[in-house]
Design a protein around this ligand. Structure first.
Ligand SMILES: [Ca+2]
Ligand SMILES: [Ca+2]
Length: 127
C-alpha cells in the first residue's frame, strides 16, 4: 500500500514536471541594461559621461531620451559604442525642473542577433 502510493506520487510528479512548458532559449539570455551618468573628467568641465552596460551581450549603439508624463523626448543617439560624453545642457530635458534620462540600447547577443533593450531612469538636474 505504502509502496504503491509512493510510486503513484513519483509518477504524478514526473508527469507534472514533463508537462511544464519549455523555456524559450531567448528568455534565458535577455539582458538587463543599466544607464549610468557621471561627471566627465577634466578638462571636460560641465560635461557628463553616459555609459550603458548590459548583463549579456555588447551595446553597439544607444539613443538617449527624457521621460515625460505625455510624450518622452528623444535627446540624441550614440551610433557607435556604449559611452558618450555630452554637455550637461543636452541632458536638460525639463528646463527648470528635474530631468529623467533613460536609454534604449541596441545589444548584440552572443549568438550574433541584436535586441533593443530599455534601461533604468537616471534622475538629475541638468542645465
Ligand atoms: Ca521629464
Ligand atoms: Ca532640467
Amino acid at each position: 500500500m505504502r509502496f504503491s502510493r509512493a510510486v503513484g506520487l513519483a509518477a504524478a510528479f514526473g508527469l507534472a514536471t514533463g508537462a511544464l512548458p519549455a523555456v524559450p532559449a531567448a528568455a534565458a539570455v535577455t539582458p538587463v541594461c543599466t544607464l549610468t551618468i557621471g561627471a566627465a573628467y577634466p578638462p571636460y568641465q560641465g560635461y557628463y559621461l553616459l555609459h550603458v552596460g548590459c548583463t549579456v551581450g555588447n551595446v553597439v549603439s544607444f539613443s538617449v531620451h527624457g521621460s515625460d508624463v505625455w510624450d518622452d523626448d528623444w535627446l540624441f543617439t550614440q551610433r557607435d559604442g556604449y559611452e558618450i560624453i555630452v554637455d550637461g545642457g543636452r541632458l536638460n530635458e525639463d528646463p527648470g525642473a528635474g530631468d529623467e534620462i533613460y536609454a534604449k540600447a541596441t545589444v548584440r547577443l552572443p549568438d550574433g542577433s541584436t535586441l533593443n533593450v530599455g534601461t533604468n531612469k537616471v534622475h538629475g538636474r541638468w542645465g
